[in-house]
Design a protein around this ligand. Structure first.
Ligand code: UDP
Length: 495
């Protein structure tokens, strides 16, 4: 008998990084809040992260389950528990990680075909889990991909694949024209291109090629964004790529920001912010793994301790910094949350969504990772942009040139690639951006002048649209309904 049950979505977040696991878990929460049944499949080491997010959602009868399937790290010669790319300790381990990922895929398929309490009606797959495609074809269900990028960046990438403009440049110092949105001109240097178009990537070109083939074969793309933000990029991408593109975010708004009650860092951050004036604080963070060479970090640090505003500065991989930088940080910044301190350094995991929502925050210096960008948009906080790698230089163009909600610090060279992330590297690399340049970008955003106020006004307008998009009748709300509806129509599940 045909069942009228809502479809069952299986989500398999790419376990490469926390910044993929978090938004895909939130997409699961959103689908469940629209009444769909959802299972999120992850590995044991990532399960508590997923479960803690799922636990924040109150559901009205819908099912939202977390399933763990072992990740065969040891079989691939990786240390036990090495279940995310940011946990590998050497680039030589990358092939082993992808080998283990393939075996993980086989186990997920066995589970879905044989052991799961309910067969999937649709699989939403993280970008590198290319093995979900044959699995969905075996199951006869649609397959959606989640890249973790915004629609504008995906459109630029599609444009580059189709037009091949990057192939015409003679050197990485030449500009590549990726103007995909009228009337905005968008050009970036060859060396700032997304990893798909760089001669060698940390993940290996074979992986990027597989991802491209996977992307071209899926039934649709789910994006953490909202239609009003990226000037029609999702629709343009759908037309260019010939598949559904559904913006369902900002997913960080799926429930109120919460703090990990166990985390002293989180408590320290929030009580430090409580003591600061409205819109006075610069929040500085470079994502889940972003690091910079010690000389660059010092220039940034000198700007942050000398600027006119209180600063909350998240530093990843602080343990890998040279001793003299560690000493400088100890002498010039505070790590204990002293309410009077000017520059609070956070070495652990900062509760970023809650920080950005705090009224004391007046600007966000960001590496333009898409998750951070959208969290800033959702909170209505303008940005100082400092892209490091990946598609972040493209995101910077969107933030500064298209949306007018940020000022560029002016970095031209990528700082690190994904797999040297988490470590600050050798002391030899020179600083590209000097302390004065950093200060001048901060001044533009924070000094209360016309340019800064304009960015604030535009950022608040984006925030209002972001909130409206997830409410009943909003664009993201409707896109979630459309996804569920299209899967229901396809589903001939037997009860
Ligand atoms: N994040 C956080 N606390 C931190 C560092 C990062 O909560 O101390 C979160 C941030 O809120 C975002 C994600 O990690 O959701 C970073 O994702 P993004 O796409 O910005 O950058 P990536 O880590 O992929 O470079």
């Amino acid at each position: 008998m045909e069942t009228a049950r809502k479809p069952h979505f299986v989500l398999v977040p790419w376990i490469g990084s926390i910044s993929h696991i978090v938004p895909m878990t939130d997409i699961g929460c959103l689908l469940a809040s629209h009444g769909a049944s959802v299972a999120i499949i992850t590995t044991p080491a990532n399960a508590s992260l997923v479960q803690s997010r799922v636990d924040r959602v109150t559901l009205d009868g819908a099912v939202l389950a977390v399933t763990t399937i072992p990740f065969p790290a040891a079989e691939a010669g990786l240390p036990e528990g090495c279940e995310r790319l940011d946990l590998i300790t050497s680039p030589a381990m990358v092939p082993g990680f992808f080998e283990a990922n393939k075996k993980f895929g086989e186990a997920v398929e066995q589970y879905c075909l044989r052991d799961a309490p309910r067969r999937p009606s649709c699989i939403v797959s993280g970008m590198c889990h290319t093995w979900t495609l044959p699995m969905t074809r075996n199951l006869g269900v649609p397959c959606y991909i989640f890249h973790g990028f915004g629609a504008f960046a995906l459109l630029c990438i599609e444009h580059l694949y189709r037009q091949g403009r990057h192939e015409a440049i003679a050197s990485a110092d030449e500009l590549v024209d990726i103007s995909v949105l009228q009337p905005f001109e968008c050009k970036i240097l060859g060396r700032q291109l997304p990893p798909h178009f760089l001669p060698s990537t940390s993940m290996g070109s074979g992986v990027m090629q597989e991802v491209r083939e996977f992307d071209m074969a899926v039934d649709g793309v789910v994006v953490n964004s909202f239609d009003e933000l990226e000037h029609g990029s999702a629709a343009l991408l759908a037309a260019a790529a010939g598949r559904k593109v559904l913006a369902v975010g900002p997913v960080s708004l799926c429930c109120a920001p919460s703090l990990d009650p166990q985390s002293d860092d989180a408590r320290r951050c929030m009580s430090w912010l409580d003591g600061k004036k409205a819109k006075s604080v610069v929040y500085v963070s470079f994502g889940s793994a972003g690091c910079m060479p010690p000389a660059q970090l010092m220039q940034l640090g000198m700007a942050l301790v000398s600027c006119r505003w209180p600063v909350m500065w998240v530093i990843r991989g602080a343990d890998s910094l040279p001793d003299d930088v560690k000493v400088w940080l100890r002498e010039n910044t505070a790590g204990d949350g002293d309410p009077d301190s000017k520059c609070l350094v956070v070495r652990g995991w900062a509760p970023q969504v809650a920080i950005l929502a705090h009224p004391a925050v007046g600007g966000f210096m960001t590496h333009c990772g898409w998750g951070s960008t959208l969290e800033s948009v959702a909170a209505g906080v303008p940005m100082v942009t400092w892209p490091l790698f990946a598609e972040q230089f493209v995101n910077e163009k969107l933030i500064v040139d298209v949306l007018g909600i940020g000022v560029s610090v002016g970095v031209t060279k990528p700082t690190a690639n994904v797999l040297t992330a988490g470590k600050h590297g050798s002391g030899e690399a020179k600083a590209e951006v000097g302390a004065e340049q950093v200060n001048s970008a901060l001044e533009k955003l924070m000094d209360g002048g016309v340019a800064g106020e304009d960015m604030w006004r535009k950022a608040l307008a984006c925030k209002a649209k972001a909130n409206a998009s997830l409410k009943e009748g909003g664009s993201s709300y409707n896109n979630l309904e459309e996804l569920i509806q299209s899967v229901s129509e396809n589903s001939t599940e037997q009860s």
